[in-house]
Write a protein that binds this ligand. Structure first.
Ligand SMILES: Nc1nc2c(ncn2[C@@H]2O[C@H](COP(=O)(O)OP(=O)(O)OP(=O)(O)O)[C@@H](O)[C@H]2O)c(=O)[nH]1
Ligand SMILES: [Mg+2]
Length: 232
């Protein structure tokens, strides 16, 4: 990412970026600053807001994965979540996004909240622990519930096998995880919130799935409009 796109995304002072591009040249500085403002306005208009939910059994590492992605540190202490929500601006494949990330509860006593976030979420990370077969076996049921709530069999999601650093405690092979992912018609990613391995990639992949779905919807809308014009 270059200086310009970084300024658009993180809201750094425009002048700093212009100064970096045009040291000591004040008229060029003003012109560059104006053109950057135009870039900022255009980019702000095209920022897509994406609601994501991180789902899976208790203790699989949903919060640790989310916090690793947002703050790049590992949460060692286990504190069961009820529901936490975060926002993050990011750029993926030259597109700007405002991610609204819901870290959900894995404990059964909060499953009553599930329908609501399945309904409102646009993309889903289904997380299980590579060290816990029970958490892997929970995934198909959660997936069925998602398809039922959405009334669709094509929902943007990524299957995430977390705790890949715990090699000796691992009980789920990547072969069986990949088999489950192909049944769910989605990608499978192995992560470690402890080491940070593949965390950013997992979030990028779910945003890409949402973007593909958005592109399909826009394409359909355009076709419908074009057909409507022909009839008139
Ligand atoms: N070694 C290792 N430990 C992890 C990893 N991810 C999470 N943990 C640990 O596993 C425990 C549970 O992690 P959480 O992120 O709180 O789990 P959760 O899925 O959010 O749990 P609930 O909020 O109850 O649903 C914590 O002690 C984490 O430090 C990982 O990738 N590797
Ligand atoms: Mg949690």
């Amino acid at each position: 990412m270059n200086n310009r796109s970084r300024a658009v995304i993180t809201g750094q002072k425009i002048l700093n970026v212009s100064e970096a591009n045009n040291p000591g040249n004040s008229s060029a500085l003003v012109e560059s600053s104006l053109s950057l403002q135009r870039t900022v306005t255009a980019s702000a208009l095209s920022t897509m807001e994406v609601k994501l939910a991180v789902i899976g059994g208790g203790g699989v590492g949903k919060s640790a994965v989310t916090v690793r992605y947002l703050q790049n540190h590992f949460v060692e202490h286990y504190d069961p979540t009820i529901e936490d929500s975060y926002r993050k601006q990011t750029v993926i494949d030259q597109n700007a996004y405002l991610l609204d990330i819901l870290d959900t509860a894995g404990q059964d006593e909060y499953c009553c909240l599930r329908d609501a976030y399945l309904r409102t979420g646009r993309g889903f990370l289904f997380v299980f622990s590579l060290t816990d077969r029970g958490s892997f076996e929970e995934i198909p049921g959660l997936h069925d519930q998602l398809l039922q709530v959405k009334d669709s069999d094509d929902v943007p999601l990524v299957l995430v096998g977390n705790k890949s650093d715990l090699v000796k405690e691992r009980v789920i092979t990547s072969v069986e995880a990949n088999e489950l992912a192909s049944k769910m018609k989605c990608r499978y990613v192995e992560t470690s919130a402890f080491s940070g391995s593949n965390i950013e990639y997992a979030f990028q992949e779910i945003v890409r799935c949402v973007q593909r779905e958005e592109d399909k919807l826009n394409h359909k809308k355009k076709n419908k409009k074009a057909k409507g014009c022909n009839i008139v």
